[in-house]
Design a protein around this ligand. Sequence first.
Ligand code: NIG
Ligand code: FE
Length: 400
Amino acid sequence: MSQPDRLWINVTLFDGLSAAAEPMAVAVKNGLIERVCPMSELPAAERAGEIIDAQGRVLTPGLVDCHTHLVFGGSRAGEFEARLEGKSYEEIARAGGGIISTVRATRAASEDELYQAALPRLEALMAEGVTTVEIKSGYGLTVEDELKMLRVARRLGRERPVRVVTTLLGAHALPPEYKDDADGYIELVCNRMIPAAAAEGLADGVDVFCEGIGFSVAQCQRVYAAAKAHGLAIKGHTEQLSNLGGSAAAARAGALSVDHIEYLDEAGVQALAEAGTVATLLPGAFYILRETQVPPVELLRRHGVPMALATDANPGTSPIFSLRLMLNMACTLFRLTPQEALSGVTAHGAQALGLQQQIGRIAPGLRADLCLWNTSNPAELAYSVGLPTLNQRMVAGEPA
Ligand code: NIG
Ligand code: FE
């Protein structure tokens, strides 16, 4: 075997799915993981290139935040205060606040202003080990404003060492111009937004908000059909506040993931299992909205549905720019094991983006996006908030 560019030795490995029982070595060449083996099996000849002695530290795949709304204008701190005074998220939305207030601020912002505002949010995630992040549009709600948001997301990925996956969320909320014409707006999403985003290469996928305060299952199905026709991946915000059957409909349409899913029932879980759709858990929104209905974690386990975990970073329901905090919240609020939570931000987060052949695990042939942590126990990453710290963040085999 040829010599690696970099070799980590004495690593405590969490490979994205499980932790190794003995000290491991990981070799990287040309930006890819070349070899993963126990220290006892490491050929002497391979001890070349740059050698990094991890001294028992934990090495994980670079973290994947598979669901964010990082690009937006304005702030919703006032809404946070209103909720503390007793108003509900739905009441605020129906009164023209909520998502629509962010839409006003996002439309008013220039592309550069949106970029400058999003940068520190992205950098906060990166500082905690995120190497891949999905970013949704959904606060523009016109063809031009949605494309503007997606361009900002693409620019973030060009200007920082992080992979950005973009998702068109035109069907996020009904804009005031279409107040009594939800079907007309869905037509705009299907016939204008999706084709334009696809033609300009600005979107990797399409998402919807399937909910009483969002769009009906039938409307979402129209969006999925348009997405498919343009070769774009499908995702859904489903069963967050009620059970409409949106997750099963998304799964049948071939969705990569359905997200939130607090109100998902067993038939819905079965539909995910049959379709191979990932269930993305978003404890930040659950926590901020002080929800009490927890997602059906035990059913997901029983049916073998992979669980991803993400920040849902957004100005309304999850103004939280910390994927590490989500590891802890997934365990404390949803009773995931630390290992399940870690898989949620690595292997299963990658699968929720359709990137499982490229990232999310430490295995030969995958991209060498890696995080070395100042602990020797992977569970510490979910157990403690603030510590342990990141020792090294690598993107395609290079420190970044
Ligand atoms: O994922 N559920 C809908 N969309 C976002 C909330 C967006 C907002 O309130 O601005 C979510 O929770
Ligand atoms: Fe969301």
